[in-house]
Ligand binder design. Structure first.
Ligand SMILES: [Zn+2]
Length: 225
């Protein structure tokens, strides 16, 4: 017997096969699932076209060994967020972090995150969206104990947005650790540089796109001795 499920899914990742697509999505009720779309990679498939990264779809599925998609309707495509290179990259980082961390259906957390994304998309303010998505990434990383944000200096206890960190924690500019890694969160470039370090170290995520190609070496450098 077929077990049908329907609900909202935020699309985190998708893989194309000859005829089919398999995508990874988060739902507040079903948690994170891999869903197969039979024939989704055919030119004529409307379901396949709804599956762009970062879209939210209203999906109807059935379960038989795997989940299979029968119907999909785009609820939100976050078109404003997808209109600026920095927000695109930050949005992709957010999706990658969710993919690595979000396995349990923690509804209230998912809904507050989703609501914030909708607001940032609606506000149509690029700087606000850039900062807002960065803060959402930090919120997810904090929620799963990857980091503890806002950072507080290990020595004096003030909130710090620039300084360095080592395996024991973070330090403000006045109390930098002797062999720490510098960071700053004041510009998009510095934020992406910080995230690319932390994600590689903590979650083994390597950024596939970088919004600052001219400065490929991150402005935050690791001191080796
Ligand atoms: Zn300090």
């Amino acid at each position: 017997m077929r077990e049908y499920v329907s609900g909202l899914f935020l699309i985190l990742d998708s893989k194309k096969y000859t005829d089919d697509i398999a995508f990874r999505g988060i739902s507040p009720f079903e948690g994170q699932q891999t869903i197969v779309v039979k024939g989704g990679n055919r030119e004529t498939s409307r379901r396949g076209k709804a599956l762009d990264l970062g879209n939210t779809i209203k999906a109807k599925l059935y379960k038989r060994h795997h989940y299979y998609l029968t119907e999909a309707e785009i609820v939100e495509s976050f078109s404003f967020i997808k209109s600026d290179l920095v927000t695109i990259v930050l949005f992709q980082i957010l999706l990658a972090v969710l993919k690595h961390t979000y396995f349990l259906p923690e509804r209230s957390f998912f809904f507050s995150l989703y609501q914030s994304l909708l607001e940032l998309n609606e506000a149509k303010d690029v700087e606000r969206a850039q900062l807002g998505i960065f803060l959402l990434i930090m919120k997810v990383l904090s929620f799963y104990d990857v980091v503890s944000f806002p950072f507080t200096c290990n020595i004096c206890g003030v909130h710090t947005y620039q300084g360095n960190f080592d395996y024991l924690g973070y330090y403000c500019n006045d109390h930098k650790a002797k062999e720490g890694t510098d960071f700053s969160l004041f510009s998009n470039e510095d934020r992406v540089a910080y995230l690319s370090l932390i994600l590689k170290d903590q979650l083994n995520i390597t950024l596939s796109r970088h919004p600052f190609p001219k400065h490929h070496a991150p402005s935050v450098e690791k001191r080796s001795n």
